[in-house]
Design a protein around this ligand. Structure first.
Ligand code: 1J1
Ligand code: MG
Length: 259
């Protein structure tokens, strides 16, 4: 899985505000309203304990401080524990955390100690970015293109199928493709017989996965993926609303999903 870098996390809240304006323009709702619609929750007085974790590649600069900024942005109280790992976990509980946020290199969880709900970043990210794509207000189509069927893409495709959208998907990994066809009933998108989609959810760690044959002149592309899925020339040529942000939107969904 692609690990964030401290550079990915620079200027996070400015990037979020820019993306939130695009989301409002393209869907009629802001990210907090969409999270509320998806999870049926609203931020309350819950306290979030953020525990740095040193396993694997270790602590990522700006990661814990970004989680604190995100927690506060959505109206929750938060704190980062002084120590990492088990000592930090103990501190978080001792300091009255209702929700624990912590991540190793494979799983990033939000765990609400009061109601037992637990959420992962990869599922919540897939759900919320695919939800954003599906709410594009400048189309009456029910067709959505999902590019990438890894842990994030599969979660998004599953969410869209549950919501009754016509999901076309593509992934170079035939095992991932067959799994999604068998388990979700997605249709394989065939670049040889292109359809032009007005709603695209992309979740791959590769650049330029979106080509001209895939998108309508006016479309919404929603992706947590780094680097950008859209070639620059397409962004210039077409009227594309691009929602692309590396962490905040996924973490917001995690918090709303455990409240
Ligand atoms: N153990 C580190 C955090 C490691 C996070 C790795 N996971 C990612 O980079 C995923 C999560 C969202 C996007 N990629 C720390 O506590 O500082
Ligand atoms: Mg995100």
């Amino acid at each position: 899985m692609a690990l964030l870098t401290p550079e990915d996390l620079e200027d996070l809240l400015n990037k979020l505000n820019m993306n939130n304006n695009i989301i409002k323009e393209a869907t009629g709702m802001d990210i907090a309203q969409i999270c509320e619609a998806v999870y049926g929750t609203t931020p309350d007085s819950r306290k979030v304990g953020i525990v740095p974790i040193t396993s694997g590649n270790g602590i990522i600069g700006n990661f814990s401080s970004s989680l604190l900024a995100i927690t506060e942005y959505f109206g929750l109280e938060g704190f980062i524990t002084e120590h990492p790992d088990i000592t930090g976990y103990h501190q978080a509980v001792a300091n009255g955390a209702d929700i624990i946020l912590m991540a190793d290199d494979h799983i990033f969880v939000a765990h609400n100690l009061r109601n037992g709900k637990i959420a992962t970043n990869h599922v919540c990210t897939g759900v919320i970015y695919s939800e954003i794509a599906s709410r594009y207000k400048h189309t009456d189509s029910k067709d959505v293109l999902v590019i990438g069927l890894g842990r994030v893409g599969y979660a998004g495709a599953s969410h869209l199928v549950e919501k009754g959208f016509n999901v076309y998907a593509c992934d170079p990994n035939t095992d991932f493709m067959n799994k999604a066809i068998e388990e979700l009933g997605v249709k394989a998108f065939d670049i040889e017989s292109p359809r032009k989609f007005s709603m695209v959810f992309e979740a791959t760690p590769n650049a330029n996965t979106i080509s001209e044959g895939m998108i309508a002149e006016r479309c919404l592309v929603s992706t947590p993926g780094i680097p950008c899925a859209l070639p620059d020339e397409l962004v210039e040529k077409y009227d594309i609303d691009l929602v692309m942000e590396p962490l905040v939107i996924g973490v917001a969904a995690m918090l709303y999903s455990v409240l």
